[in-house]
Design a binder for this molecule. Structure first.
Ligand code: SF4
Length: 72
């Protein structure tokens, strides 16, 4: 299993992660991204465990503010 971690407070709402990985990323009404299916761990930190990272590594790589982290 791998873990995807989103520091949502840092997101600037550019939409790049959604563009490359719409299966897991969707823009919220507040113009910050939502990691679909994730659990809120602390303040603005969200985590999702997946067996296959698929396009999420690309989402992490493309994020301009590096608020998407992957733990393998
Ligand atoms: S790529 Fe980063 S800054 Fe842009 S919407 Fe996704 S999480 Fe937010």
């Amino acid at each position: 299993m791998s873990k995807i971690i989103l520091e949502r407070n840092i997101c600037i709402g550019c939409g790049s992660c959604q563009a490359v990985c719409p299966k897991n990323w969707e823009m919220g009404d507040d113009a910050k991204i939502n990691l679909l299916g994730s659990a809120k761990k602390e303040d603005e930190k969200y985590e999702l465990e997946v067996s296959d990272l698929a396009c999420n590594q690309e989402a992490a790589d493309i994020c301009p503010v590096q608020c998407i982290h992957i733990e393998k």
